[in-house]
Design a binder for this molecule. Structure first.
Ligand code: SF4
Length: 114
Protein backbone atom coordinates (compact mmCIF):
# COMPACT_ATOMS: atom_id res chain seq x y z
CA UNK A 1 0.00 0.00 0.00
CA UNK A 2 2.71 2.45 1.00
CA UNK A 3 4.67 1.53 -2.11
CA UNK A 4 1.64 2.21 -4.31
CA UNK A 5 1.02 5.55 -2.63
CA UNK A 6 4.65 6.44 -3.12
CA UNK A 7 4.44 5.47 -6.79
CA UNK A 8 1.29 7.54 -7.19
CA UNK A 9 3.04 10.55 -5.70
CA UNK A 10 6.04 10.06 -7.96
CA UNK A 11 3.79 9.84 -11.01
CA UNK A 12 1.91 12.97 -9.95
CA UNK A 13 5.19 14.85 -9.56
CA UNK A 14 6.31 13.58 -12.95
CA UNK A 15 3.04 14.71 -14.59
CA UNK A 16 3.42 18.16 -13.05
CA UNK A 17 7.01 18.42 -14.27
CA UNK A 18 6.01 17.35 -17.79
CA UNK A 19 3.09 19.77 -17.79
CA UNK A 20 5.25 22.66 -16.62
CA UNK A 21 7.99 21.97 -19.20
CA UNK A 22 5.51 21.80 -22.07
CA UNK A 23 3.47 24.77 -20.83
CA UNK A 24 6.71 26.78 -20.61
CA UNK A 25 7.25 26.16 -24.32
CA UNK A 26 9.59 23.18 -24.54
CA UNK A 27 9.81 22.44 -28.26
CA UNK A 28 9.07 18.85 -29.20
CA UNK A 29 8.96 16.84 -32.43
CA UNK A 30 5.15 16.61 -32.35
CA UNK A 31 4.67 17.29 -36.06
CA UNK A 32 6.78 14.31 -37.11
CA UNK A 33 4.29 11.47 -36.52
CA UNK A 34 5.61 7.92 -36.40
CA UNK A 35 3.12 5.93 -38.45
CA UNK A 36 5.40 3.44 -40.22
CA UNK A 37 7.56 0.75 -38.63
CA UNK A 38 10.66 2.63 -39.78
CA UNK A 39 9.46 5.86 -38.17
CA UNK A 40 8.62 4.08 -34.93
CA UNK A 41 12.08 2.54 -34.90
CA UNK A 42 13.61 5.99 -35.44
CA UNK A 43 11.80 7.36 -32.39
CA UNK A 44 12.44 4.28 -30.24
CA UNK A 45 16.14 4.26 -31.08
CA UNK A 46 16.33 7.97 -30.31
CA UNK A 47 14.73 7.37 -26.93
CA UNK A 48 17.02 4.41 -26.22
CA UNK A 49 20.04 6.61 -26.94
CA UNK A 50 19.17 9.12 -24.22
CA UNK A 51 20.96 9.25 -20.88
CA UNK A 52 18.88 7.86 -17.99
CA UNK A 53 16.31 10.31 -16.59
CA UNK A 54 16.58 12.72 -19.54
CA UNK A 55 12.94 13.75 -19.29
CA UNK A 56 13.26 16.72 -21.63
CA UNK A 57 14.92 14.51 -24.22
CA UNK A 58 12.07 12.01 -23.97
CA UNK A 59 9.48 14.74 -24.42
CA UNK A 60 11.34 16.23 -27.39
CA UNK A 61 11.95 12.99 -29.28
CA UNK A 62 8.51 11.51 -28.60
CA UNK A 63 6.87 14.80 -29.58
CA UNK A 64 4.75 15.31 -26.48
CA UNK A 65 1.84 17.75 -26.52
CA UNK A 66 -0.62 18.79 -23.80
CA UNK A 67 -3.55 18.38 -26.19
CA UNK A 68 -4.62 15.60 -28.56
CA UNK A 69 -3.12 15.61 -32.04
CA UNK A 70 -5.55 15.73 -34.96
CA UNK A 71 -4.19 15.17 -38.45
CA UNK A 72 -5.60 16.98 -41.47
CA UNK A 73 -5.91 13.66 -43.32
CA UNK A 74 -7.93 12.01 -40.57
CA UNK A 75 -9.64 14.78 -38.57
CA UNK A 76 -12.21 12.52 -36.92
CA UNK A 77 -9.52 10.62 -35.03
CA UNK A 78 -8.02 12.34 -32.01
CA UNK A 79 -4.61 10.99 -31.13
CA UNK A 80 -4.60 11.21 -27.34
CA UNK A 81 -3.06 9.08 -24.62
CA UNK A 82 -6.61 8.02 -23.60
CA UNK A 83 -7.01 6.05 -26.83
CA UNK A 84 -3.43 4.81 -27.14
CA UNK A 85 -2.61 1.14 -26.67
CA UNK A 86 0.21 2.05 -24.27
CA UNK A 87 -2.04 4.02 -21.88
CA UNK A 88 -2.89 2.35 -18.57
CA UNK A 89 -6.16 4.02 -17.63
CA UNK A 90 -6.32 3.33 -13.88
CA UNK A 91 -2.83 4.68 -13.20
CA UNK A 92 -2.69 7.30 -16.03
CA UNK A 93 0.57 5.77 -17.11
CA UNK A 94 2.36 5.33 -20.44
CA UNK A 95 3.69 1.79 -20.63
CA UNK A 96 5.79 2.24 -23.75
CA UNK A 97 9.07 0.71 -22.48
CA UNK A 98 11.13 3.67 -23.72
CA UNK A 99 8.88 6.19 -21.91
CA UNK A 100 7.29 4.68 -18.75
CA UNK A 101 5.91 8.04 -17.62
CA UNK A 102 2.93 9.39 -15.76
CA UNK A 103 0.74 11.07 -18.38
CA UNK A 104 -2.71 12.63 -18.70
CA UNK A 105 -5.52 11.26 -20.87
CA UNK A 106 -5.60 14.35 -23.10
CA UNK A 107 -1.87 14.45 -23.80
CA UNK A 108 -0.39 12.97 -26.94
CA UNK A 109 2.90 11.93 -28.50
CA UNK A 110 4.16 11.01 -31.94
CA UNK A 111 4.16 7.22 -31.37
CA UNK A 112 0.45 7.14 -30.49
CA UNK A 113 -1.00 3.73 -31.40
CA UNK A 114 -4.62 2.59 -31.43
S1 SF4 B 1 2.81 6.26 -26.37
FE1 SF4 B 1 0.62 6.62 -26.14
S2 SF4 B 1 0.23 6.69 -23.90
FE2 SF4 B 1 2.42 6.97 -24.27
S3 SF4 B 1 2.71 9.19 -24.29
FE3 SF4 B 1 2.45 8.48 -26.43
S4 SF4 B 1 0.25 8.72 -26.84
FE4 SF4 B 1 0.52 8.80 -24.62
Amino acid sequence: MAVNESNDQQLDQQRKKIHDLLAAGLETDWQHRAYSDAEIQRVVQGLQGLPPDDLQGQLRIAGFTLTPYVSEEDPEIEQACATCMYYITHSRYCALPELKLGVEAEWSCNVWRI
